[in-house]
Design a protein. Sequence first.
Length: 103
Amino acid sequence: MKKPKHHIFVCASFRAGGDAQGVCAKKGSMNLLQYMVTELSDRGMADCMVSSTGCLKVCDRGPALVVYPENWWYGKIENEAMIDEIIDSIESGVPAEKYLIAD
């Protein structure tokens, strides 16, 4: 397998016990993950990998995701249009500022 150029981690709110307990999962982060995988494929962005992750500890700003290696943390990602903007930002190399978690 070729190392991906970008790796996107979508919070699935998993905690130590393995159960999804946080805000991200309750607000549909896994549906957004699936949409993101499909959209990246449709755009031919095979150099991007998407993974679910445990709690990112930004529950007050969920659903949340992180794009590496850029280290762009996004919060309050609630719909497919927002995911489209984030994918656009990955393509352009410029973060989608309005969704970035500042601190």
